[in-house]
Each structure stands twice: as structure tokens, then as C-alpha cells.
Design a protein around this ligand. Structure first.
Ligand code: ARG
Length: 264
């Protein structure tokens, strides 16, 4: 059974604007955010049999809840993120300390390159697909490939609303993935078509509801609420779908997948 790292939203809020979804005049409702986060935690641990480890929340680090951006974990290796925005660079010591304490081998990408962890690097079969331009830099990808000893296919992200790969691309099995075609350039779409036998496009309304920011555990999928067409397509493929209202996190530009980091 898989295990994930999560961080409770005690200090979650929209305190700055680093993506087109964030608007300080549309703050998050704290109690609702806590309820939604707890519902995700509960679904993962009780219904889906996952283990969840916790990172302590820190006042002044409102985006620490998005643990997918801590870095990338593979076995005992942890490749820590190098955030593009200074507001999130302050999270790095928190994440690093957590992994150090648990004796992970810590790796970093070259200093001149940005890398935002699992938000921009997703495994599919034996390789990783990695996003660049909005947050991570393509120069970080060769380093990730070297550390993990596997092939990394780089995909350019062209729409600022889909600034992390996990907002527009979601591996389902080792031959199928959900994706939102307009978030990629022609060449990226070509790479996806050539390397993923079943690339399933998501409709625009649902892509904007972060249908691709789903958590996949075997044949169970945790999906942002209100993504009917995606839900239907997943069920048609024999997957079991659990819809969750994570609207308070959508305000910061995230949904289910951003709130967890896969540990194993
Ligand atoms: N407000 C956060 C940011 O802009 C949201 C991060 C969402 N994380 C993700 N893996 N897509 O960095």
C-alpha cells in the first residue's frame, strides 16, 4: 500500500499571488479548508488503505500544504525542490529537515535551475514525464534522470493556468494518462502521442477544475468534484472514482494531487 506525505492546512491562506488562480481578495475559508483536507486524509487512510505521514504546519508558509512540491522521492532518494518564487523557497528547510531526520539520501538539482518536485515530474511506466518553463527549468531534468537512472521526457507547458505538469497531466497506468492538450505545445503533444498508447484528453471545463490533479492508487482515483465527463471516462475504463470538494485549495491553484507527496 502506498504512503504519502501531507501537511495540515493550519496556516494555509492566499497571502501572495504566484499563479493566475491566486487572488488575495479571494482568501480561503479556513474552517472549510480544514474540513476538505481532513476529508482527503480520511479517504486516503480509511477507504484507500494508504499510509499518511505528516509534516508540521508552519505559520507564514501558507503553501506548505502542497507537499507535492517538496521534491521527488524514489526509494531512499529525495531530490529536493528549488522553487522559482522566493515565497516558496522558504519551505525548503522544512521539507529537507523532515527527510534528513528519516535518513533519506538528499539530492539537489544544479543551483541555476529551478525544480518543483513531483508537481513537475510524474512516473509513467519505466520513465518520468517532466514539465518545464512555468516553474521547473528543463536543465533540472537531466539531473533528475541522472539521479534516478531513468529516462525523463521533457514537456513544455505553455498556459500559465497549468503551471505545473500535475495540473494538466495524470498517469493512470503504465500505458494511459489523462491530459489537457492545450496546456502543451505541438511538440509536447507529439511526444505524448508517440509515447503513451492511451492519452485521454480532458475537456476544458474540467481541466480548469483540475480534473488532471487526481490521485491514482491502483484502480482508485481521487478526483476534484464536478468533473463528470472525466469521472464517466474513468469508470468506463474500470477505475473506481472518489470525488472530493477541494474548492478551498483550488483558490491557490491546486487540488488533490498537489496536497500529497508520494513516499512509496
Ligand atoms: N500556490 C501554490 C503554488 O503556486 C500551488 C501549488 C500547487 N502544487 C502543484 N503540485 N500543482 O506554488
Amino acid at each position: 500500500m502506498p504512503s504519502f506525505l501531507m501537511c495540515p492546512p493550519d496556516f494555509y491562506q492566499i497571502e501572495y499571488e504566484i499563479n493566475p488562480w491566486m487572488n488575495r481578495r479571494r482568501p480561503a475559508e479556513t474552517a472549510a479548508a480544514m474540513r476538505q483536507w481532513l476529508a482527503l486524509h480520511d479517504l486516503l487512510t480509511t477507504k484507500l488503505g494508504a499510509t499518511v505521514e505528516l509534516l508540521s504546519p508552519v505559520k507564514g508558509l501558507p503553501d506548505l500544504v502542497f507537499t507535492a512540491n517538496a521534491g521527488l522521492v524514489a526509494g531512499e532518494k529525495f531530490i529536493r525542490s528549488h522553487f522559482r518564487f522566493p515565497q516558496r523557497q522558504r519551505e525548503v528547510p522544512q521539507f529537507e529537515a523532515w527527510f534528513k531526520k528519516r535518513a533519506y539520501r538528499i539530492f539537489a538539482v544544479p543551483e541555476e535551475a529551478f525544480f518543483e518536485g513531483e508537481g513537475d515530474a510524474l512516473p509513467l511506466g519505466k520513465r518520468f514525464f517532466a514539465g518545464y518553463r512555468m516553474r521547473s527549468d528543463i536543465q533540472s531534468h537531466w539531473k533528475v534522470a541522472e539521479i534516478l537512472g531513468c529516462e525523463v521526457l521533457s514537456l513544455e507547458l505553455v498556459d500559465p493556468r497549468f503551471y505545473h505538469l500535475d495540473t494538466c497531466f495524470c498517469p493512470l497506468t503504465d500505458r494511459a494518462a489523462l491530459y489537457f492538450p492545450p496546456a502543451f505545445d505541438d511538440y509536447g503533444r507529439k511526444v505524448i502521442a508517440a509515447s503513451i498508447p492511451e492519452a485521454i484528453p480532458v475537456v476544458p471545463e474540467e481541466a480548469l477544475r483540475f480534473a488532471c490533479n487526481a490521485i491514482v492508487i491502483g484502480n482508485e482515483v481521487v478526483l476534484h468534484a464536478g468533473c463528470e465527463a472525466t469521472n464517466r471516462e474513468l469508470r468506463r475504463r474500470g477505475l473506481k472514482v472518489h470525488e472530493l470538494d477541494l474548492s478551498e485549495f483550488h483558490r491557490a491553484g491546486g487540488s488533490a494531487k498537489c496536497l500529497v507527496l508520494r513516499l512509496s
